[in-house]
Design a binder for this molecule. Sequence first.
Ligand SMILES: Cc1cc2nc3c(=O)[nH]c(=O)nc-3n(C[C@H](O)[C@H](O)[C@H](O)COP(=O)(O)OP(=O)(O)OC[C@H]3O[C@@H](n4cnc5c(N)ncnc54)[C@H](O)[C@@H]3O)c2cc1C
Length: 456
Amino acid sequence: MAQPFQLAELPAIEGEVATDDASVAHAAQDWGHLVQARPLAVARPAHAADVASIVAYASQRAIPVAARGAGHSPFGQSQAEGGIVLDMTGLSRVHAGNGNEITMDAGACWRQVLAATLPRGLTPAVLTDYLDLTVGGTLAVGGIGGASHHHGTQTDIVTALEVVTGTGELVRCSPEVESELFDAVRAGLGQCGIVTRATIRLRPAKQRVRRWTLYYDELDAFLEDQRAVVRDGRFDHVQGQPVADSEPGRWRYLLEAATYFSLPDRPDEDELLGELSFDRETAESQDLTYHAFLDRMAEGEERLRAEGDWFRPHPWLNLFLPDDEVESVVADTLAETAGADLGDTGLILLYPVRRDRLATPLLRVPATDLVWLFAILRTGAAYDPSGAWRMIELNTALYERVKVLGGTLYPASTLPMTTKDWRDHFGDDWQTLEVAKHVYDPAGVLTPGQRVFTAR
Ligand SMILES: Cc1cc2nc3c(=O)[nH]c(=O)nc-3n(C[C@H](O)[C@H](O)[C@H](O)COP(=O)(O)OP(=O)(O)OC[C@H]3O[C@@H](n4cnc5c(N)ncnc54)[C@H](O)[C@@H]3O)c2cc1C
């Protein structure tokens, strides 16, 4: 059992340790605003050696410890009740790049990474829709985006990691060196180590983006066109969204497709859109700089912050659906989803990824050639905890339904999970993860908020 610890006993670090109420309360909160677990201290490491000292100390005394990046996980995943939260945002240096790679500290956010690569004419091949997530935070879950049908997840473009294991040892790992640790950490929910530094592969960046928004009235046509464009890879970016129509109970479907280009080249619109069956009357297109396209959430964020919805409960659920079940699951779910189930600013994402592009062992996806990210991003009302918990019950019901059909969880989600649920989730890889946990975190102190080994 964890021994209560005194601040004076904590090893001296070059960074800071805070125990004031504001710091502790901040670390007890996250994007979800649904669960709060207060740590006893928040450490802000200045470098990897600080992370190693704190984790070694915690491990010797069985004190729970969790890394916190941007704190944008929705259900306590970065919290550590009665323990230590490592605020990684001070560990955010982006290092000089080499060739087509770049190395950064894990607390850097993807916006900072991009700011360092674009002047070199390079870009991470896969970025999340939102750039203010940290490298360590997205590598803990996968990191998926509209370019994933080409390049997989962000965990697939990592070439090397520096990790502090649960005993406080600083280890470098890659597919060639300490590969078990490399595979246990990518999409490993922080169970076997805290990433302090990552190296990723880059690609040449184009200067501009043409983005099309194409609307469909029918789900099957929308799915069929997404399948076609993802299979032949004609666009650089593909994402879909079912959108509630003003007529109650009716849904339309929006395909957002984008092509990157540098002048004087221009995309050949006829060839790209040719046979697709979207509604030509309502289709729109827009040319943007590459950076403005990647930062497309910024405007929405500003509005949501101003209106307060950014700070409301977010019982988000992210699932992967098998291709052969996507149509019936989505049709049924939409038919059962009323406005109140999503919230005023909630939204749904639905887009396919080719499974042959996904190579991270702990990222669990269905067995079909195409797998569909089905993200139900709900926003709860202010001052209505029971409404938010009702949304979590909807998440549980949908997950149970999808699981028996071969669907899987993308664990950046709000879903109460038992250890049995996690065992089922990891399937054949559960044993590998369990062994890795014993090897790399024998005291079981790392990342309790994921509840992988601590739930019942
Ligand atoms: C507005 C918004 C948009 C999003 N868009 C996308 C998207 O497009 N694609 C996508 O895939 N996801 C998306 N997400 C989900 C997001 O990627 C995950 O929730 C991610 O884990 C959050 O990163 P973070 O930096 O906030 O990490 P945190 O929430 O701080 O931490 C998440 C988990 O990772 C662990 N962790 C953090 N840092 C480290 C580290 N250095 N080493 C080991 N473990 C660590 C934490 O302990 C915790 O368990 C989005 C979330 C939000 C709120």
